[in-house]
Design a protein around this ligand. Structure first.
Ligand SMILES: NC(=O)c1ccc[n+]([C@@H]2O[C@H](COP(=O)([O-])OP(=O)(O)OC[C@H]3O[C@@H](n4cnc5c(N)ncnc54)[C@H](OP(=O)(O)O)[C@@H]3O)[C@@H](O)[C@H]2O)c1
Length: 330
């Protein structure tokens, strides 16, 4: 077993810890929170023997081999860098960084030191991606793809009543593109490569964060639209339309609910859904394999790194065109 620590105390950390422990490959030894009481309670809740309120001390500690970072996006770069520089493997939540050159810099540090630096984005790690790729081969020529992740934020009511939740605070490099758009960009880049051109628009909130956005990626013979929102709930699925059929995907982030409808009218249910902790468990398993079997996994790991860098670079281009600006851009 490898030993890991966590940064952040939100619900996603609960799910990751559950998935990592369930894999039987990881032991949680330490947690970090800015608040002492929260750190202690979080450690107790998850059975971690140690807790930290000082990140430097945690990074330098011999109590862990790796860290899972689930802090606000604006902190990912400095926190990942700190742990890599102290010889710890890093699994960092999506999106890694707002600027692609920062992702490249972290990848460079990890490579130099023989460490794994990985993005916790489900698309890279879920085995049902193979089912998706096989299904797409049955669609004939694909001309139109709609990738959609619109989910009314649980923090929207607070925002509408005058609060500034983290998710709508651009100082933390959040907003709809960074939070949900990233899930639409990954399949587009992984399945179809880089587009030849694109257009991007955003619905900006008075806070300076984007609440929703629309992107069109143009490929030879194909248009791929990305729609994402924190302001309203989607009623429609993502889908891939081809000359021989259409594949609908209920959740593009979880890669869940695949239905193939052939041109002849046949309907096949190809994949259901899993619990969130199980989805996170696949990330924990890949993280472990890339650390413990570096040679066998070299190609797979390199592909993850390539896609993370590509996604960061396209997110940056989209932000630029749509007018989503962060302080760290200058
Ligand atoms: N993979 C997924 O499905 C998924 C789902 C949700 C989120 N995420 C990603 O996970 C990351 C965290 O998301 P989240 O919604 O949990 O974020 P969040 O609630 O805004 O912050 C995460 C944690 O960081 C600390 N924190 C909060 N505000 C902070 C601030 N202003 N400065 C420094 N630390 C602060 C808090 O921990 P302490 O108070 O204990 O220090 C908090 O639990 C993001 O990168 C997000 O994209 C991924």
């Amino acid at each position: 077993m490898l030993r890991f620590g966590t940064i952040g105390s939100g619900w996603i950390v609960d799910e990751y810890i559950h998935g990592a422990k369930d894999s039987g490959l990881w032991e949680l030894t330490a947690v970090y929170s800015r608040e002492e009481q929260r750190a202690r309670e979080f450690a107790q809740k998850h059975g971690a023997a140690h807790w930290f309120t000082n990140l430097e001390e945690m990074a330098a500690s011999p109590l862990l081999d790796a860290v899972y970072i689930a802090s606000p996006n604006a902190l990912h770069f400095q926190q990942a860098k700190l742990f890599l520089e102290h010889g710890k493997h890093v699994l960092c939540e999506k999106p890694l960084c707002a600027q692609a050159d920062k992702v490249a810099q972290l990848q460079g540090i990890a490579k130099e030191r023989g460490l794994v630096f990985l993005e916790a984005i489900m698309f890279l790690h879920l085995p049902q991606r193979t089912i998706l790729e096989e299904a797409l081969k049955r669609l004939g020529t694909i001309s139109l793809v709609k990738l959609d992740f619109c989910q009314r934020s649980s923090k929207l009511d607070g925002y509408l009543s005058g609060q500034l939740p983290n998710i709508f605070n651009p100082a933390l490099e959040t907003g709809a593109l960074m939070d949900l758009g990233v899930y639409c960009i990954y399949p587009a880049l992984a399945l179809f490569g880089e587009p030849e051109s694109f257009s991007a628009d955003a619905l900006m909130l008075p806070t300076g964060a984007d609440g929703a956005g629309v992107v069109t990626l143009r490929y030879p013979g194909k248009l791929v639209t990305l729609t994402y929102s924190k302001l309203g709930q989607a009623g429609a699925n993502s889908d891939f339309q081809g000359t021989e059929g259409t594949l609908s995907v209920e959740s593009i982030s979880r890669l869940a609910g695949f239905t193939l409808r052939t041109r002849q009218g046949q309907v096949e249910e190809l994949y259901g859904d899993d619990e969130k902790y199980q989805l996170m468990g696949w990330e924990a398993k890949d993280f472990y394999r890339y650390i413990t079997e570096p040679q066998a996994c070299a190609q797979e790991y390199a592909r993850c790194a390539e896609l993370s860098l590509l996604a960061a670079s396209w997110m940056e281009r989209i932000r630029k065109q749509a007018g989503i600006v962060f302080e760290s851009d200058s």
